[in-house]
Design a protein around this ligand. Structure first.
Ligand code: FAD
Length: 393
């Protein structure tokens, strides 16, 4: 088995690293004005996004006319690894870049592409994703936010929830019901809604971590009037977008998880000698076991990721993505718990004590969201059962 890259891929990596060294935002710039929400684009991030786009490095896997350089999947992998190792975010509006902009490029009109997709890719606008509702999360097709066509405009009423970054976003990629009489998958449309439109109320949700900077929101729509031309794709065809464009980048999401896990494990290993030395024998053995489990988790995640990725590169489908999502998000929870334990003087029941390093406690609590967003672990297990193992429904 050979797990090295060819000369052409190494040359691609060197080209990007050289460009990155000359163009990256500095650690000081990023620390002075950190992004506090998934749709908050500080000035440095806006400039950085534009610089990446203009050089063909924001979305290298896309064709040049969309701002890319037709890089193959292996090159994209190398590029994402290089960015992550350098500690530079690719974007501070991940849903805008990863889901909304490509969906508009696939389905939108020329005007929508210019005013919304390119604005996101140029770092000028940030998007949020309005899918989930109180009664429609895993079962998105149950959504009931209504958009009624009245002449040349839609009138929107309803509520979304868990909308990441809605408190900072410029516009929302909103899933609405436009035909209440059609079967539930068939009456949904997607509409671009400027977040400053009268009738929109954004209510940030209290969060256990960083309560001063909540990222999740409830969004209420009360007789919100939006021009008809903001409809993306065909009327009542929104389900195709939920299934099609949302798959953008899904093939690479595992890498993000793996890189984070590896960085966390490296930090665990660095703390280990001092932490273990101050613990009593029985506890030391438990924490050391946890450390080994974390190393195994991160290694297994990379191997599994490569396996699914190799299938994709050869042109096959890789339902292992569901397995990676479930495994990585749960492993991340275990690893952050181990780190919180390691940083504490002693452990109790749930493994975390008030004496643990607050950063790790925050990371541990935050990691729960990863097992829910973008399809919960239970939903991933359903997919694994049906599509990977071929079990009956
Ligand atoms: C950090 C974070 C960010 C998010 N950002 C956004 C966003 O920007 N935009 C957006 O639209 N949404 C967002 N969400 C919402 C997310 O998509 C939903 O939380 C998710 O789809 C689950 O839906 P739900 O919370 O309504 O739970 P439900 O679907 O009500 O599920 C409740 C529980 O039942 C389980 N369950 C449900 N159906 C099944 C089934 N068929 N089989 C087995 N178990 C089942 C679920 O796994 C879960 O444990 C975000 C969520 C989180 C945690």
């Amino acid at each position: 088995m050979k797990l090295t890259f060819g000369d052409d891929v190494e040359a691609f990596r060197q080209e990007f690293l050289a460009w990155l060294a000359d163009n990256r935002p500095t650690a000081e710039e990023m620390a002075a004005d950190p992004a506090v929400s998934s749709a908050h684009v500080p000035e440095w991030a806006s400039r950085w996004t534009r610089r990446l786009f203009d050089a063909g490095w924001l979305v290298p896997g896309w064709p040049p006319e969309r701002g890319g350089r037709n890089a193959g999947p292996v090159e994209v992998l190398v590029y994402l690894e290089a960015l992550s190792r350098a500690g530079v975010p690719r974007t501070t509006n991940p849903q805008g870049l990863g889901i909304v902009a490509p969906s508009i490029l696939d389905y939108g009109t020329d005007a929508q592409i210019k005013d919304y997709a390119l604005a996101v890719l140029h770092g000028e606008k940030a998007a949020c994703l309005g899918m989930s509702e109180p009664g429609a999360g895993s079962d998105l097709a149950s959504l009931s936010t209504r958009a009624v066509l009245d002449g040349d405009q839609f009138v929107i009423n309803g509520q979304k929830v868990w909308t990441s970054g809605a408190n900072y976003a410029d516009f929302c990629f909103l899933f609405c019901r436009t035909d209440p009489d059609a079967p539930k998958h068939k009456g949904i449309s997607v509409i671009l809604v400027d977040m400053n439109t009268p009738g929109i109320t954004v209510r940030p949700l209290a969060e256990i971590v960083k309560p001063e900077h909540p990222d999740l929101n409830e969004v209420f729509f009360s007789d919100v009037v939006v021009p008809r031309e903001n409809l993306v794709g065909k009327m009542n065809d929104g389900w195709a977008m939920a299934n099609g464009s949302l798959a953008h980048e899904r093939g690479m999401v595992w890498l993000n998880f793996v890189m984070h896990m590896e960085q966390d494990v490296a930090s665990l290993l660095a703390q280990a000698p001092a932490a273990l030395a101050r613990m009593e024998a029985p506890e030391r053995a438990v924490v050391a076991d946890g450390l080994v489990e974390s190393i195994i988790d991160a290694t297994a995640a990379r191997c599994l990721g490569y396996r699914g990725f190799a299938k994709l590169v050869r042109g096959g489908s890789a339902p292992e993505q569901a397995l990676m999502k479930a495994f990585c998000s749960e492993a991340q929870r275990r690893i952050t718990l181990r780190s919180a334990e390691m940083s504490a003087d002693h452990t109790v029941d749930i493994g975390v004590t008030p004496a643990s390093d607050p950063t790790w406690i925050e990371r541990y609590f935050t990691s729960y969201g990863g097992t829910i967003s973008a399809g919960s672990s239970e939903i991933q297990r359903n997919i694994i059962a049906e599509k990977v193992l071929g079990l009956p429904r």
